[in-house]
Design a protein around this ligand. Sequence first.
Ligand SMILES: *Cc1c(COP(=O)(O)O)cnc(C)c1O
Ligand code: SF4
Length: 335
Amino acid sequence: MIPQTTSLKTKQNWQHALANAINSADELLALLGLSGQLAAIDKAQIRQFPVRVPRSYIKKMRYGDASDPLLRQVFPLIDEGFRVDGYKADPVGDHLAIKSPGILQKYQGRALLLMTGACAIHCRYCFRRHFPYSESNPLAGQWQQSLDALNADKSITEVILSGGDPLSLNDEKLANAIEDLNQITHLKRLRIHTRLPVVLPERITESLLNYLQNTHLKVVMVIHANHANEIDEEAAQVLSDLRQAGVQLLNQTVLLKGINDSVDALVGLSERLNEVDVQPYYLHLLDKVAGAHHFDVEEELAVSLIENLRQQLPGYLVPRLVRELQGEASKTVIS
Ligand SMILES: *Cc1c(COP(=O)(O)O)cnc(C)c1O
Ligand code: SF4
């Protein structure tokens, strides 16, 4: 049974919300009563990764607060344009891990599919902000090749849909892709990494819930929430809908300077996740991608934050602090 509350979440609603996203730094500031209060990178530099923020996400920001933790995730500060040593276009070696077009495999048993380059929101710290999606997209004419590669490798038991944001694909494309994966008998799990339940909850349509419920694969969804304020009542409702459709919910967070690099922010996030039955999974140290150096938090501070969390929270609400190091057989657990 699909809960009635989702019945209004039609395709038109979410695609309309997506099309209506704010795409200018000036407009974003104006909506928050902050015109002229933050300096943005210039327009020529931003073209490769433009501003994109759904209006429902802006509603969760505090009016008139230039340091709002949600605003800071999406506002293209002038700092993005500064070159800093050690920050690269491809910080985690994604290029080297391409197994066939659109498939990345770094770890045993888990293959990651880059389903699309599109996202409903542009997070300024994104480690794939420079990834050449147009050259590597399994759905762009190479889908059969991707399926063949997955079929041929019986060691793969989990497929991870990633991107971009895989839920920015429409239901028809996504349902067909999942149906094809469903036919691969050695697969056990389908994992979806997405920010949409949090940044565009309209996307969790009845149709999506239906086909997630109807695959024989165990469905795990990793939502990427970075701050408790992101999880408002609407997000809580769609998370509950997903859970009722049998989806296991986990969260991963990127540790971001000025956004969630405090004990209070991290405790608040874990408490909120627990209220909405989402298990904290990873707290990631920033991948050193060019343009995001101003978000980086020192490892020493990160470790002390986690130690504080461990004192204040039950163990099951403390995420694992990890970093992705190129060439390693798993994420590296720091604490
Ligand atoms: C992070 C990542 C995974 C998932 O790792 P888990 O530790 O299982 O969450 C899988 N494949 C790639 C390429 C990754 O970067
Ligand atoms: S939703 Fe994820 S992939 Fe998309 S811009 Fe944000 S961090 Fe990057």
